[in-house]
Every structure is written in C-alpha cells, then in structure tokens.
Design a protein around this ligand. Structure first.
Ligand code: ZN
Length: 259
C-alpha cells in the first residue's frame, strides 16, 4: 500500500494524498482545485482527514472551501503568516501537526521566499515543500528576497539525504534543461533527464525526488560549486563573491530562461 498518492490539478500541480498507515483516510496537501480530488477520492476509497497548506496561492488553496462543503469540520492547517480564509490551525515554525488516525506527525518549517509565509511539512522521511524546492529547481520569488529563499533552501538541504521530496508542481523536465545549461559538464544532470522523459511519456510523476539527488543536480542547491559560480559569473558578466550573489543571478536567469 502506497502511503503517499497524488491527484493532478490544473496544468502541472500535484495534490499529495498522504494516507500514512490508514487505508480509508488521508491528509490532502495543497488542494488548489476540489473537482479532481472529489473525483479521485471515491475511486481510491479515501475520505479526507485533514488539509495541509504550504502557502496562499490560489492553485494551492483554491479548492478548500468546496472540499469543506463536502467534508464539513475538516481541520485545515496552514501558515500563520499568510491570509488563507479557511485555516483552522495556524502554524508557526517548529510546530507539530499530529494526525494520529493516519499515524502521522509532521514538523513545520518556515521557508519564506516564494511567498513571505511559506511553510513546509517534514516527517517520516518525507518533505512536502510546496513551491519552495522543486526537482532541479526552486520557486520563483514572488514575495521574498533571494536571501530568504537561499536560507530556506539551505535549511531544507540540511534534512537527511534520503528525504523524499514532494513538490507542488511537475516542473522537473524544464528545470533539468536549465540545470544542463548552467552545468553542461555535470553528468549527474543528464542521468535523470532520460528517466524523466520516459516517466512523462507514460504520464507518471517524476516525484518524489530525494535530497541526495537534488544536491547533485539542482543548481539552486549548488551555489557554492565552482561550476555553478562560473556559469553565473559568465551570465552576469562580472565576478561574484558569495553564494547569495550566485543564487540571485541564477534565479533571475531562470526567470527569463526559455529552454
Ligand atoms: Zn505558489
């Protein structure tokens, strides 16, 4: 029995369905749209036990009110510092989310950058990081600063290497194309490219990734690598001294990248 399932929403969003030890109940992560969840749950024989939100963007929270109409009283967890209407439990850094009926217990990490109050959920070797860390990439800086995002990514990178990473979007293929431009000599980037294409051709998710893999392929976790710094310097046309300068350059570079 798979403890974590997924439901697709919109173009490329994933709504993670965490069963834990339960056969019949699950926590839903970032249900941006209710319709695909309401279609999938009966098929899976699952009833939601809780909703976990990572940040306030509509493609992550837009389905909550409709889900609450179908499942009134469902606890809705989310970041204390963001404006999300239907939250019942406002979470701060270091808080624990206990879902005993699923045998689950998550720790909350503040990971600002994509949005100001973005949080991640960590537990059981899993990381649900919304739009902060993607496979081979990271979230755009809509509200936070490059310094905040780099600190958040550094924090996530300190988790155990075998942590399974469940991101909010299927962006891996495009991210790998950018990673290959930043580090053309990094053979590790080419390894997953083929696997990812095969998975996508079969309509399978490329997630979860692991932190160990991301440390080898993700340029945003590799801002201290000489190869990434050199590429950023070449792109910027000047010398870069710090990891933050490197991060800032490659984040902006990726914003404009059409690969
Ligand atoms: Zn977002």
């Amino acid at each position: 029995m798979q403890p974590v399932l997924h439901v697709r929403a919109f173009q490329d969003n994933y709504i993670w369905v965490i069963r834990g030890i339960s056969r019949t109940h699950a926590a839903l992560v970032d249900p941006g749209d209710a319709a695909p969840v309401l279609a999938a749950l009966p098929r899976l024989g699952i009833v939601p036990a809780a909703i976990l939100c990572t940040h306030h963007h509509a493609d992550h929270v837009g389905g909550i009110s409709e889900l609450l109409q179908h499942f009134p009283g469902l606890p809705v967890y989310g970041p204390a510092h963001e404006n999300i209407d239907s939250l019942t439990q406002r979470l701060h850094d270091g808080d624990e989310v206990r879902l005993p009926e699923l045998g689950l217990n998550f720790r909350v990490l503040d990971v600002p950058g994509h949005t100001r109050g973005h949080i991640a959920y960590v537990g059981h070797g899993w990381l649900f990081c919304g739009d902060t860390l993607f496979s081979a990439g990271c979230g755009r800086l809509f509200e936070g600063t490059p310094g905040q995002m780099l600190a958040s990514l550094t924090r996530l990178a300190a988790l155990p290497e075998d942590s399974a990473i469940f991101c909010g979007h299927e962006y891996t293929a495009a991210n790998l194309r950018f990673a290959a431009v930043v580090e053309p000599d990094n053979r590790e980037v080419r390894v997953p490219q083929q696997t990812v294409e095969e998975l996508r051709a079969r309509g399978q998710p490329t997630l979860p990734s692991t932190l160990a893999v991301e440390k080898r392929i993700n340029p945003f976790l590799r801002t201290r690598e000489p190869s990434v710094r050199r590429a950023a310097e070449q792109h910027a046309g000047r010398k870069l001294e710090t990891a933050l300068e490197v991060f800032t350059v490659i984040r902006r570079w990726k914003d404009d990248f059409r690969g």
